[in-house]
Design a protein around this ligand. Structure first.
Ligand code: GLN
Length: 247
């Protein structure tokens, strides 16, 4: 059949056993489905503590508890950190949620213990005294080709407060919830093709436009050209249903 049938993507789920809270794995399912519906073959690879770092076109790293983060931090140090930093610099897309986002930064400080991160993102996190939990609404223009505001909805549950260096671009502005730190109204980060954020939910079933953005970036990097994604029937249905609820 057509050209699209030949396209394929390998999606890596990092630390699926050690770090995957609040249904974060649903993000992988959405990436897989939305690719499949367009005739793009997908292969999912998993890599946990002690495994060889996988080669992939798109990476996902979910959230976890502090204790799991300590073990994962030890695992990711050294050779894996170097590989991950290079991938991020080379625009390979990553989606990082909560604990995974924290560990991609420089460090996550809990009391007097510093859990070291990969250092691929110029952010750091400090555990706060308050748990920031609840539904979130985030406003962003970063995924719109027409510079229009889009709304990201999700759920957050973290005590870590993340701070971005001045030159980094947040993912969006907090309309409801706490976001990066509950202080500066920013949520998440977008650096090259890497998204870090506190949006559980899972994020992608609730905000499929971000799944499509990740898929197109992965295809663009892999095939070294822009490959337009076809519109999906399911989105038209959702849009008309959503509209009928609003009317
Ligand atoms: N343990 C981290 C925190 O509480 C991350 C939690 C998570 O990934 N949900 O900030």
């Amino acid at each position: 059949m057509g050209r699209l049938n030949k396209l394929s993507l390998t999606i890596a789920h990092l630390y699926p056993n050690s770090m995957s809270t609040y249904g974060d794995r649903g993000n992988i399912l959405v990436l897989q489905k939305r690719a499949m519906w367009r005739g793009i073959n997908t292969r999912i690879v998993y890599s946990d503590i002690g495994d060889k770092f996988p080669k992939a076109d798109l990476y996902f790293w979910g959230g976890g508890q502090d204790t799991q983060q300590v073990a994962v931090s030890k695992d990711v140090k050294g050779v894996n950190s170097k590989i991950i930093k290079r991938l991020v610099q080379n625009y390979v897309p990553f989606l990082l949620i909560c604990g995974g986002y924290q560990l991609m930064g420089d460090y996550y400080q809990v009391g007097d213990k510093k859990i070291s991160g990969v250092g691929a993102l110029d952010v750091y996190t400090k555990a706060g005294s308050k748990r920031m939990i609840g539904n979130t609404v985030i406003k962003t223009k970063l995924f719109s080709t027409q510079d229009k505001n889009q709304i990201i909805i999700g759920f957050e549950n973290h005590s870590g407060k993340t701070y971005l260096s001045n030159n980094l671009q947040p993912l969006g502005k907090v309309i409801k919830g706490y976001g990066n730190n509950g202080e500066d109204k920013t949520e998440g980060v977008l650096y090259k093709n890497t998204i870090g954020c506190y949006q559980h939910g899972p994020l992608l079933p609730k905000n499929p436009f971000i799944a499509d953005w990740l898929l197109s970036k992965a295809l663009e990097v892999k095939y070294n050209k822009k490959i337009p994604l076809t519109e999906l029937e399911v989105d038209k249905e959702i849009t008309s249903k959503a509209r009928s609820v609003l009317i």
